[in-house]
Design a protein around this ligand. Structure first.
Ligand code: HEM
Length: 390
């Protein structure tokens, strides 16, 4: 995939692709990507904001399944975005997240203990998926036992098809589940994030019912579809570069730099969500007309040689912190501190407990899912030299 981005980047930082009567702008250069993500005045998330306020038709109050699930902060602009983000931002600050470290370590240890005596496992199923899911379920206060259903619903939400399950059916079940959870918390509030959101909704002016549903859906999906793939993609990249794996094993203190490099080199979010030009904007000689949908291809920007020397190489000693794997600007990933902490614990624990960790299939047999937003492996078969020790 990445070599295709190299070809696209050669054709310019922004590619206009015709769609119907208009075009879509695909942004593949790093500078242009940052400029657009950082300019929330001229590149908006809600298409209605591309029309001057006086000409906007009043928003229809919709209560269909789609509005209930997708009316979240990622699709809104100021002032709604600021209000929605503020409601949950405290729970995700670095200070709050650091306090979870012992619990995350305990979960990682427990997961490894469960497969330690086996010779080979699928690292996605046995570790990379359950670790962040258990953490986000505990944080939100949703039952971990329901995680198989969450996985199906999350996949449907971001457009990864499950053959056995229709998209509509999955989303209907998701709405019903959230609805039951809200009713339950309303009756019996607890000390968890969902209870505090339900409380905010009861205050009326802070969160509408539709926004409450969408917020819970976004947090469940974001918690399910991303960190699993940072662990999976990062580990797959590392195991294909044994020199880098050996270096990280020798020097675990490199972990923070390594995580940033994994986010740059094989970040889980391939493309940012859609933006729209709110006026005619010229960027690097390309005119983007008002109303044009704009897709920033984060994976391409992160491999731009104009921003990163030797961009195609995995180098855990480089300073990759300016990558856009978590986005940039006002919609910068809310869960970044959590994802970084989980990944750091995951990598250091796996490398310490599983000596000689290696791929159990040739790298060219690794299969990625087919979604366009999230990039992740379907399976990651690995083996190691000796039975794991505690
Ligand atoms: C490695 C893991 C993760 C990656 C790579 C990632 C990536 C991203 C990216 C690229 C964006 C911005 C999208 C855009 O501007 O169109 C974003 C936004 C967001 N992420 Fe993450 N994410 C990760 C983990 C998480 C986790 C664990 C959570 C929390 C549950 C989370 C919650 C969010 C939320 C709520 C937003 C919307 C922020 C806003 O609109 O202000 N993410 N994430």
């Amino acid at each position: 995939m990445n070599h295709q981005y190299d070809q696209l980047r050669a054709d310019g930082p922004i590619l206009m692709q015709r769609r119907g009567q208009g075009s879509v702008a695909y942004v593949v250069g790093y500078q242009a990507a940052k400029q657009i993500l950082g300019d929330h005045e001229r590149f908006v998330k809600d298409v209605r904001n591309t029309v001057p306020p006086a000409q906007r038709s009043p928003a229809e109050p919709a209560n269909d399944m789609f509005s209930l699930l997708y009316n979240n902060m990622l699709g809104t602009d100021r002032p709604d975005h600021t209000r929605l983000r503020a409601l949950v931002s405290r729970a995700f600050t670095s200070r709050h997240i650091q306090a979870l470290a012992p619990r995350i370590q305990a979960i990682a240890d427990q997961l490894i203990a469960a497969f330690a005596t086996q010779a080979e496992i699928d690292l996605i199923d046995a570790f990379a998926f359950p670790l962040p899911i258990i953490v986000i379920c505990e944080l939100l206060g949703v039952p971990v036992e329901d995680r198989a259903s969450f996985r199906r619903w999350s996949h449907a939400f971001i457009g990864i098809a499950d053959q056995a399950y229709a998209y509509g059916q999955s989303l209907t079940e998701f709405v019903q589940y959230i609805s039951r959870m809200i009713a339950e918390r309303r009756a019996n509030p607890r000390n968890d994030l969902i209870s505090s959101l339900v409380h905010a909704e009861e205050q009326g002016d802070r969160l509408s019912e539709q926004e409450l549903f969408s917020m819970i859906a976004l947090l469940i999906v974001a918690g399910h579809e991303t960190t699993v793939n940072l662990i999976g993609n990062g580990m797959a990249a590392l195991l294909q570069h044994p020199d880098q794996a050996a270096l990280l094993q020798r020097e675990p203190a490199l972990i923070d730099a390594a995580i940033e490099e994994f986010l740059r080199y094989a970040g889980p979010v391939e493309m940012a969500t859609m933006r729209y030009a709110a006026e005619d904007v010229q960027i690097e000689g390309i005119m983007i007309r008002c109303g044009t949908p704009v897709v920033v291809v984060l994976a391409a920007a992160n491999r731009d040689p104009a921003a990163f020397a030797d961009a195609a190489a995995l180098d855990i000693t480089r300073d990759a912190r300016k990558h856009v794997g978590f986005g940039y600007g006002v919609h910068y990933c809310l869960g970044a501190p959590l994802a970084r902490l989980e990944a750091a614990i995951a990598f250091n624990t796996l490398l310490a407990r599983l000596p000689g960790l290696q791929l159990a299939v040739p790298a060219n047999q690794l299969q990625y899912n087919e979604g366009t937003i999230v990039r992740g492996l379907i399976r990651l078969p690995v083996r190691w030299q000796a039975p794991a020790t505690r």
